[in-house]
Design a protein. Structure first.
Length: 157
């Protein structure tokens, strides 16, 4: 058996991390496209506190998971989560975070950067961007049409 190259090892590591994030039931966050109450429900489930800050065009909910990962939920003035971003040593559970959009993304072709440490998927209104390597992940998912006027995509981090 031939040993893996460092490039192959990075790919195996990223795929393993994504698989763990998808299958891990213990890590949750608010659900994209759902009402703001989903943020508080997940915070209670995780026994973590949520820091809420009001911006002029949205509310930002920031939760630090017990894994050290910080999840930020962006809630429009209509009360719905229009974007979710994360950074930390572990990815959040994407099935929980993306809710009804998870299956759409799971079957969507990749677009954007084409390397082993970055994933970008756009399927209709939904955009997912993820980058990282073992113990250092960051990403975001958002509904392009739900971003309030005056809010830049670059602000969703």
């Amino acid at each position: 058996m031939t040993p893996l190259s460092s490039r192959d090892l990075r790919m195996v590591t990223l795929c393993t991390a994504l698989l763990i994030a998808v299958l891990s039931p213990g890590i949750a966050a608010a659900t994209l496209g759902e009402p703001e109450v989903s943020v508080q429900a997940d915070s209670a489930k995780l026994q973590s506190s949520v820091k809420i800050s009001d911006q002029s065009l949205y509310r930002l909910h920031e939760m630090t998971l017990n894994t050290g990962t910080v999840v930020r939920e962006f809630v429009g003035l209509d009360g719905k989560v229009f974007a979710v971003a994360w950074h930390g040593p572990y990815m959040p559970n994407l099935r929980q975070t993306l809710g009804k959009y998870f299956d759409t993304l799971a079957s969507a072709p990749r677009s954007g950067p084409r390397d082993r440490n970055h994933v970008q998927i756009q399927q209709g209104d939904l955009v997912l961007q993820n980058a990282g390597h073992m113990r250092s992940f960051s990403g975001r998912a958002y509904l392009a049409s739900a971003i309030p006027a005056g809010v830049a995509v670059g602000d969703l981090h």
